[in-house]
Design a binder for this molecule. Structure first.
Ligand code: IPE
Ligand code: IPE
Ligand code: MG
Ligand code: MG
Ligand code: MG
Length: 294
């Protein structure tokens, strides 16, 4: 039986060290400070941990996996800095600390986000320069860029902005969530699989597991915005209602949104159980991701 809390703690420490090591070491101090501020503020590190958990599940041992894992967290942190800007969700608290733009101003926060995004792809290109890693890195870059771009996170963010004050259908909310949040979580799993030399059958199974947990993750995020606590979450609550954003709980009602998350979890368990490797770790991780209170 896996002690998932211990696993999360152990991997979070490894990821934190790896991130620190991979931040740019030189450049104008202001931008380095702002990047470091948002990265160091904390965060659950669920995306890089998913990447590492896929490697552990597939029996892949090399520390090179930390490059794609960190790239995922750089992209995710950038997305949060921009998501909080006054022109977007206008949020003052993130990861328990004042948001990047509140401390450094809007212009620096925009640039810190840009720099983290660009840096993620520098890390991946350097990973590809290691002997034997070129092909994998190109595949990972393709995966991460499409998950972050207009077919993924950015596409979802624009749909999210356009949805403010509108009555969306369930299908529209689902599409928006799959793009803005699901895509990057799915990429965390798929990039872990590519880096670990997964077979095409394994990739297919992991991709379908990841699609389900990615969607369920946003349902939980929406429910926590409604029912969670600011202290525990380290970000404001009630923000979606304040901005009249259509969410899973707003279109389905909280109870049905919760049921939908449970159903997606069960579906993820069914897919991952068909993997040719023991999947307990990924099942426990899915549980943590979906049934969380922060
Ligand atoms: C929050 O992501 C934003 C969404 C995509 C829903 P997380 O809940 O993973 O945030 P951190 O990384 O722990 O701060
Ligand atoms: C954010 O969705 C998704 C991103 C791409 C950053 P939210 O706007 O719901 O995330 P929180 O609630 O601010 O963390
Ligand atoms: Mg948002
Ligand atoms: Mg937001
Ligand atoms: Mg939210």
């Amino acid at each position: 039986m896996i002690d998932i809390d211990q696993y999360l703690e152990e991997k979070r420490n490894i990821v934190n060290l790896a991130l620190k090591k991979r931040l740019p070491q030189s450049g104008p101090p202001k931008i380095l400070d702002a990047m470091n501020y948002s990265l160091e503020a904390g965060g659950k590190r669920l995306r890089p941990i998913l990447t590492l958990a896929v490697a552990d599940t597939l029996g892949y041992k090399s520390n090179a996996i930390l490059d794609p894992a960190c790239a995922l967290e750089f992209v995710h942190t950038y997305s949060l800095i921009h998501d909080d800007l006054p022109a977007m969700d206008n949020s003052d608290l993130r990861r328990g600390k004042p948001t990047c733009h509140r401390v450094y101003g809007d212009a620096v926060a925009v640039l810190a986000g840009d720099a983290l995004l660009t840096h993620a792809f520098e890390i991946l290109s350097r990973y590809g320069q290691k002997e034997g890693y070129a092909e994998k890195s190109v595949k990972i870059i393709a995966e991460l860029s499409s998950a972050s771009g207009v077919t993924g996170m950015i596409g979802g963010q624009i749909l999210d902005l356009e949805s403010e004050g509108k009555a969306l259908t369930f299908d529209q909310v689902e599409r928006l969530s799959v793009m803005k949040t699901g895509a990057l979580l799915r990429a965390a799993v798929v990039c872990g699989a590519i880096a670990s030399d997964a077979s095409s059958e394994q990739l297919k199974i992991l991709g379908s597991y990841a699609g389900d947990i990615g969607t369920a993750f946003q349902i939980t995020d929406d429910l926590l915005d409604l029912e969670g606590s600011r202290e525990e979450l380290g970000k404001p609550v009630g923000a979606d209602q304040e901005r009249y954003k259509p969410t899973y709980p707003s279109v389905l009602g909280p109870e049905n949104a919760r049921k939908k998350a449970v159903m997606l979890y069960e579906q993820a368990v069914i897919s991952i159980s068909t993997l040719d490797q023991p999947a307990e770790l990924l099942i426990e991780l899915a549980k943590k991701l979906i049934f969380r209170n922060k």
